[in-house]
Design a protein around this ligand. Structure first.
Ligand SMILES: [Zn+2]
Ligand SMILES: [Zn+2]
Length: 261
């Protein structure tokens, strides 16, 4: 049903006058890839200074966010805060509304993120966080896979979307506590037995649309590490702020733009 609606949305996209997927304003130019320039400009970017390892806004020596990453996670980078307004409207357009071409603008910005030199030298492949099979059937595409494909074009490295398998369908995470989330995903990922040789010694970049508690990414990274990968880094479009984060932004907080939130 949802897949059919996505297909219908995609078809309508070409028939109706082009509107921005984030703010609903008419866009003058269809080539703007579905989100208007104003919305891209007011993404709530993560403020500096940021932690060299996890990319989280932090001027402290001991980063709270880093403490939650397994030791084999080298670096994490995100484009913007995942918060109500432009950022989440864009994420939801890709994830739930079938506006798959939004992935191009998101992936372009993810590919521009500054990773440490060693990560840039070593990165072997991009691995999108897989969807459970039932959800994949419903949606018809994996939003993380679309983002990985966009980044791969720009970084000129392959996408390995056959490496990690998501076992049982995890329940929607939004209503769970962090501890419940961790348990919910910890056994959900396995590495396909046939890919051991390819994975051995690799520095893999895990791709997801949004990182919240990082339980999903950490579980996926652990599966990759157990499967032979040497180092894992993360790249996401959005990052959920946690209590105490500095959310300095010139974007949404000032103009209160929101369609879906
Ligand atoms: Zn807009
Ligand atoms: Zn950190």
């Amino acid at each position: 049903m949802r897949a059919a609606r996505s297909a219908l949305d995609s078809a309508l996209e070409f028939l109706l006058p082009p509107v921005c997927a984030s703010c609903d304003r008419l866009v003058s130019d269809r080539t703007e890839a579905l989100v208007c320039g104003l919305c891209w400009a007011r993404l709530p970017l993560l403020p500096a200074p940021r932690c060299e390892r996890c990319g989280h806004p932090s001027d402290q020596y001991d980063c709270r966010w880093c403490a939650l990453r397994p030791p084999f996670v080298r670096a994490a980078r995100s484009v913007c805060w995942a918060m109500p307004g432009t950022a989440l409207a864009i994420v939801h357009a890709l994830k739930y509304s079938g506006w798959t071409r939004v992935a191009e603008g998101m992936g372009t910005r993810m590919a521009r993120l500054a990773f440490p030199d060693d990560v840039r030298r070593e990165r072997t492949a991009l691995v999108p966080v897989p969807l459970a099979r039932t959800r994949m059937r419903e949606r018809g595409y994996n939003q993380s896979g679309l983002l990985a494909a966009q980044i791969a074009l720009r970084w000129k490295i392959p996408v390995w979307d056959d490496v990690v398998i998501r076992g049982r369908a995890t329940e929607t995470q939004t209503r769970l506590t962090p501890e419940q989330r961790r348990r919910n995903v910890s056994s959900a990922f396995t590495v396909a037995p046939s890919v051991g040789a390819r994975l051995r010694g690799a520095h893999v970049l895990l791709v997801d649309d949004v990182v919240t508690t990082a339980a999903t990414l950490n579980a996926c990274a652990t599966a990759l590490f157990d499967g032979g990968a040497r180092i894992i880094s993360y790249v996401t479009f959005g990052r959920a702020p946690s209590v105490g984060d500095r959310i300095e932004t010139t974007g949404d907080l000032l103009n209160g733009n929101s369609r879906r939130h």
